[in-house]
Design a protein around this ligand. Structure first.
Ligand code: SF4
Length: 456
């Protein structure tokens, strides 16, 4: 347990969910060594930052974050890892940094910091008794569990494949141990995370390591965490038995499947492995196999050479597929990628106009997805308290990862799964308004193949 004199560690990440998963792992390791995890406004002795380099803008933000943290904590030591810290062409202002941990070594970051900086206790890690405290201290309820790193593909816009290196998969036993530790500490939902989750099993130390479907079977069998989600999954490489796993109601019926473009000509220039036909088939297969399945996606706007006709194909494909949420990325050239050197970069005003149109479409599609849920009662994991013009609400997500604003929820509902009666869309049409199901609104809804859980 940390004492009053325990080193105070502040951790912050930019970028993807994998960065978040790594940060959570470091927080747990620091705790096991007796350190205290602090919130941003508390004094800290050690700052740890997981940087991002996915775009030039992400590198700029990483640099800015380091400067801001050093200004706020002038006496603290600074440890930096992540893609921006691992790429040779990135200048993060080395004078301010005490220790850089390359992506290749980041799973051992805490031990490396203990060796290099006297303030981190070098004693071996304690038991997992408080595995989730660091998570809760950072105001989080969902635990990201890293299962895989690296990617073998070379999408022409992507620096990740260079920054994160070859594919590596963690052994299932290690993953299951970590999930059981956070579940025993009260975590209700975990998210399995990787760069290329469909490639899980490749680059593993043991040839007996299963594929992603096998890993999911083991996690479902050997843990009892109530809700399991998957981080972003590229829409290819998914093993045959993958969809069958969703018949277990603990595996939440939602996937984030990056599309990037709805024009095959553009997908070819991006060197993506999935064309629109295959993508549409995959979504149709999932929707046929899994009740109430929701899909969200990423779209890049203004990729080099994107014509008006290609853009219209993307808009039409997105509208026809129907997504519960869109992440929209206006393209920005990233030095070191093939796309950065492509001709016909799209002018910024056109990118802005296309991003705005796609944003409007995404909002309309989300409203459509939300409306299908009105009148039902679903189990919602409450992740925090918030406030809007109507008043206070508890914020959470349905199994399909649709946002819910639960009014008049008890203060102790954060971190619990509660039955929520979904009344309809919020005024801004971007979330579901809900009340706790008091038992008079009908029985808990049971979608085929999915059971529901009451508060626990
Ligand atoms: S599949 Fe493509 S976009 Fe995804 S990590 Fe690999 S190279 Fe990057």
């Amino acid at each position: 347990m940390p004492t009053d004199t325990a080193p105070r560690v502040y951790l912050e990440t930019l970028g993807c969910r994998l960065n978040e998963a790594e940060l959570e792992g470091w927080a747990r390791d620091f705790r096991r060594r007796g350190c205290r995890i602090t919130a941003g406004d508390e004094p800290a002795d050690l700052l740890v930052v997981n940087t991002c380099a996915v775009t030039a803008e992400a590198v700029r933000k990483s640099r800015k974050l380091l400067r801001r943290l050093k200004r706020a904590h002038p006496g603290a030591r600074l440890v930096v890892s992540g893609c921006a810290a691992s790429l040779a062409d990135t200048d993060l202002g080395a004078g301010e940094i005490d220790l850089v941990v390359d992506n290749a070594d980041k799973d051992r970051l805490v031990a490396i910091a203990a060796d290099a900086l006297a303030l981190v206790p070098a004693r071996p890690p304690d038991a997992d008794a408080d595995a989730a405290e660091a998570l809760f201290a950072r105001g989080r309820q969902r635990a990201f569990i890293k299962v895989q790193d690296g990617c073998r593909y070379q999408c022409t816009f992507c620096i990740t494949t260079i920054a994160r290196g070859d594919e590596r998969s963690r052994p299932p036993a290690e993953i299951i141990h970590e999930i059981n530790a956070v579940a025993a500490a009260g975590v209700q939902e975990i998210v399995l995370t990787g760069v290329q989750l469909g490639g899980y099993g490749r680059g593993a130390a043991s040839p007996a390591t299963p594929d992603l479907a096998g890993l999911l079977a083991a996690v479902l069998r050997e843990t009892d965490v109530p809700r399991i989600r998957l981080g972003s999954v590229e829409p290819w490489d998914l093993p045959e038995a993958f969809w069958q796993r969703f018949t277990n109601p603990r595996l939440m019926p939602h996937l984030h499947l990056p599309l990037q473009s709805g024009a095959d000509t553009l997908l070819r220039r991006m060197a993506r492995r999935c064309r629109t036909d295959a993508y549409a088939q995959l979504v149709a297969q999932a929707r046929a196999a899994i009740a109430d399945f929701q899909v969200s996606t990423d779209v890049i706007v203004g990729f080099p050479g994107e014509t008006e006709a290609e853009w219209q194909q993307t808009m039409a494909f997105v509208a026809a597929t129907g997504f519960s949420h869109l992440h929209i990325f206006p393209y920005s050239p990233r030095a070191g990628t093939r796309a950065a050197a492509m001709p016909d970069q799209v002018p910024e005003p056109i990118k802005r106009e296309r991003a705005r149109a796609l944003h409007d479409l995404g909002a309309a599609l989300k409203t459509t997805a939300l409306r299908t849920q009105a009148g039902r009662t679903l189990p919602v994991l409450i992740e925090g308290q918030n406030r809007d013009e109507i008043g206070a609400y508890a914020a959470g997500f349905t199994p399909g990862y649709l946002p819910v604003r639960l009014r008049q929820a008890p203060a102790d509902s954060v971190g619990r799964i509660v039955p929520a009666r979904l009344l309809g869309c919020s005024d801004d049409a971007q979330a579901l308004e809900a009340r706790l199901d008091d038992g008079t609104g009908g029985a808990m809804h049971r979608a085929p193949g999915h059971h529901t859980r009451a508060a626990q």
